[in-house]
Every structure is written in C-alpha cells, then in structure tokens.
Design a protein around this ligand. Structure first.
Ligand code: AMP
Length: 115
C-alpha cells in the first residue's frame, strides 16, 4: 500500500484545511496557493484514480459528479462562470496524483486562456 495522498489526509482531518463542500463521494477544499479570486479543488474521496483520464475510463459517473459540484460551487462562491482544469501528468504541472479538478472563478475573462 502506498501512503495516503495529501487530499486523503485532509479528508481524514490529519492536515488542516477548510472543507467547503462534501457529498457521499466528493469533497472540495480551498487551494492553498490560489491562482484566481476563487480557487477550489474538487476531489473524489477515493484515490483509485490518478488523473482524469483514468477516472473517465473507470468511473464516468464520478467524473460527472465532480463537474456538477464544481458548477454548484462556482454559483455559490462566484458568479457561476468558471474554468475547470485537470493537470494531467508531471509535465503539465500535476503534483498530486489523486485526481482533482481545479475550479477557478472570478475575474478570468482577461486571462491568458480567456481571450
Ligand atoms: P496539481 O498541481 O494539479 O497536482 O494541484 C495540486 C494543488 O494542490 C496545488 O494547486 C496546490 O496548491 C494544492 N495543495 C497542495 N497542498 C495543499 C493543502 N494542504 N491544502 C490545499 N491545497 C493544497
């Protein structure tokens, strides 16, 4: 068995973090190094999937649930518009290999990907 991921340790209460939402299968926290006015991480409770490609192949309903929670949180904490990012692979900046979605919102229209 490998060590629990940092996100599993947060969920277990071993590392302090504000859990902003939690359902049966998914939870959300504030990113410790925010890259936008709202920067949340939506994370499945299972760490069976290392990245979004594995998740989409293995449990598409869980991926759908993550997208739904991202949408709900963007509406609750910002104006409802958001950017959803899954860094996939170390070369793309992924540092935690327990799949998670970055939910970025607020003042993004002028951003590099926002045109
Ligand atoms: P990634 O680089 O896509 O794997 O994303 C990992 C994210 O986890 C980064 O944006 C980090 O800032 C964030 N992160 C790491 N440790 C913590 C923590 N203890 N609490 C909240 N976010 C964290």
């Amino acid at each position: 068995m490998s060590e629990p991921s940092i996100f599993s340790r947060i969920l277990a209460g071993e590392i302090p973090s504000e859990i902003v939402a939690e359902t049966e299968n998914v939870f959300a926290i504030r990113d410790i190094a925010p890259q936008a006015p709202l920067h949340l991480l939506v994370i499945p409770k299972t760490e069976d999937y290392r990245n979004v490609v594995e998740l989409a192949a293995g449990d598409p309903a869980l991926l759908t649930e993550m997208v739904g929670l991202a949408n709900t949180l963007a509406a609750e904490h910002a104006d409802g518009d958001f950017r959803l990012i899954f860094n996939t692979g170390a070369g793309a900046g992924q540092t935690v290999f327990h799949v998670h979605a970055h939910v970025l919102a607020g003042g993004l229209a002028e951003g590099s990907l926002g045109g």
